[in-house]
Design a protein around this ligand. Sequence first.
Ligand SMILES: NC(=O)C1=CN([C@@H]2O[C@H](COP(=O)(O)OP(=O)(O)OC[C@H]3O[C@@H](n4cnc5c(N)ncnc54)[C@H](OP(=O)(O)O)[C@@H]3O)[C@@H](O)[C@H]2O)C=CC1
Ligand SMILES: O=C(CO)[C@H](O)[C@H](O)COP(=O)(O)O
Ligand SMILES: [Zn+2]
Length: 337
Amino acid sequence: MINHIYQLVSPGVFSIEYASTDLADKVILRPQFMALCHADQRYFLGQRSQDVLRKKLPMALIHECCGRVLQDPTGTFAPGARVVAIPNSPQSPDPIISENYRRDSRFLSSGYDGFMREYIDLPADRLVSCDGVPDHIAAITEFVSVTVQAARRFDRLAHARRDRVGIWGDGSMAFVLACTLRSLFPQIELHVVGKNAHKLSMFSFVGATHFADDLPQGFSVDHAFECAGGEGSYYAIDDIIRTIEPQGTVILLGVSENKVAINTRDVLEKGLTLAGSSRSGREDFVEAIRLMGDPAVQNRLNRIISIDDPVCQMGDIERVFRTDLNTPFKTVFEWRM
Ligand SMILES: NC(=O)C1=CN([C@@H]2O[C@H](COP(=O)(O)OP(=O)(O)OC[C@H]3O[C@@H](n4cnc5c(N)ncnc54)[C@H](OP(=O)(O)O)[C@@H]3O)[C@@H](O)[C@H]2O)C=CC1
Ligand SMILES: O=C(CO)[C@H](O)[C@H](O)COP(=O)(O)O
Ligand SMILES: [Zn+2]
């Protein structure tokens, strides 16, 4: 079968690659709704290093998507089944290391073609049913699964005093993480620390919100999550180290192109645990879909989703990327290519 793959060839420039897709033992999926991630924008805008761009492009972007099954030779899914696609693809089993941290795992849209294609071919275990979750919300399942993975890391690493937990950042990641923590740990008092009044006003379901440059006197948290990313990571991590209680755990989620200086003296003195959390695996997707089945969670996620016009022709691809630059949270669009 000849497939159309819509690749970024250089920053801002897309072109079609015609590739033969093997129908043998893979599920064939028609992508329907997609969502943009900052990682896609960094390629589109040429914000990765020249070396990385040279190695990874041309490449189809997008790793957040849902669609319908066209055919499944394994019999796992019926034709027409609604599913979300897992971009992480482990190449070998490992009883210790999670699939999203394995050296040999491939991530579709970082070195391998992402989901901007006419058809997606994946092994059946890389798809999860999204029945019960509307399409435009199912489109961001990968993003939700990243926060489930972070919550899992937190639960494994953080000591049992979990009265107050801080989330640094007021963007999509912070918002979705707050939703996930609210569902999984309803007893925890969540404190969101951000920079933008409008964005912070969206977090109506957390314990309290604060401006990063105006934290209350004596403010402290037992544990913290960093969801600022970019240049904001440095300031967020520094604030966290200053305000967290001794032996707290810090889960780092923000991606930064540059190395970030860390006040290790205070990390040592307080006995802090710093843990990275990146991407997600099948079990995170399954849990994400379970959480997203809750109407209260759907209502919250709806608040941060902007639906752009469908993508029907090449020029529309660039349009959604440009629209997303002016969208405060998540941009979702229907894929009709
Ligand atoms: N670990 C993983 O697997 C994944 C990581 N990410 C990464 O997570 C990060 C956040 O993503 P997303 O929410 O979509 O990005 P956004 O840029 O939308 O959100 C970040 C927000 O944090 C605010 N901010 C900046 N500095 C600080 C600070 N010092 N304290 C508090 N808030 C601050 C920003 O404000 P302002 O814009 O005004 O500066 C912005 O509103 C990105 O780096 C992204 O690449 C995304 C997906 C998966
Ligand atoms: O968005 C992500 C996962 O949802 C990660 O940030 C993404 O995997 C980073 O990958 P890269 O920077 O190599 O493209
Ligand atoms: Zn992403």
